[in-house]
Design a protein around this ligand. Sequence first.
Ligand SMILES: Nc1ncnc2c1ncn2[C@@H]1O[C@H](COP(=O)(O)OP(=O)(O)OP(=O)(O)O)[C@@H](O)[C@H]1O
Ligand SMILES: [Mg+2]
Length: 332
Amino acid sequence: MPAIAAEALAKHFTPEIRAVDGISLSIDEGTIFGFLGANGSGKTTTVRMLTTLMRPTGGHAEVLGFDVVRSPGEVRKRIGVALQEAGLDDIQTGREMLTLQSRLNHLRAADIPDRVNHLLHVVDLDDSADRRVKTYSGGMRRRLDLAAALVHRPKVVFLDEPTTGLDPISRDAIWRYVADLNKNDGVTFFLTTQYLEEADRLAGDVAIMDAGRIVAQGSPSDLKASIGTDVVSLQIEGGADELARAEQAVRRLGGIEDVRIIDDAVIVYVREGSSAIAKLVLLLDEASLRAREVTLKRPTLDDVFLQKTGHHLEAEESASRPPAKPDRGAES
Ligand SMILES: Nc1ncnc2c1ncn2[C@@H]1O[C@H](COP(=O)(O)OP(=O)(O)OP(=O)(O)O)[C@@H](O)[C@H]1O
Ligand SMILES: [Mg+2]
């Protein structure tokens, strides 16, 4: 039995706003699943449906064998959730907050202090446990939020962009906690992210979301292998006209897997990229076109993303992006 299964799961807010438009997933117990997508691609909506916070408009989903619509209580008992917009109460201390979470999750009163101490330790907040949350940094808040999702020892934990807006050190720390909990306690993680490196590092399998649909799914290495061995990027001098002509020109090369125009470059997916470069430049030359810059690299998950969606996932400013945006409102 998979830990999480979805079949044609959909959420259409209106006929036009198809936030999630029929996705199917099967996530094995004990794995880390990376759910990748740009802003507005439907990640949070998917998490809300899988965690019983929002009713699907189509399809169905199960968590640990329990239907999210028919048995929401059974699902909730077994899952932990850290939402994108952390609901932390600034007035409380970290310890008070975890204690309250433990009570809400019906832990035995006698067990709560030890459990809280343990969790504070897991996320390195021992020293700040008795400070009010309002004095915490963004990274500390995310760590506390992660700890709060773990109080009742859930088998499946959903983390919605746990590291967005964090500096590399805090991000690394979260990755370590997730990897450790997965390895030592067999916790299954469903983790949404806009960081390809995060998915690449942590996840056994990933799904790439674009406009409410899954456009690619599999292990990062399979996905990278699936797009052909090399990626040659030719930045073309001139404008849209030259780009279009350049695309036509390079298509004459044999053995090409795919060609795309992205921004001011023609991207060529080809085996044996190094030997293809000279031929590609020659083809451009014959068409009286010039490449300002030519680069060759092994595919990354970003190249997979690019090939499937036509745009890059990661903005340059990824690490310095501000944290959570205002909530667009959950369904009640
Ligand atoms: N309550 C709502 N009512 C109407 N539309 C909504 C609602 N919640 C989300 N949407 C829309 O659904 C789409 C998907 O939103 P969602 O929050 O799932 O994206 P996301 O992938 O989590 O994005 P981000 O990376 O910004 O968090 C967006 O177009 C969003 O505007
Ligand atoms: Mg979101």
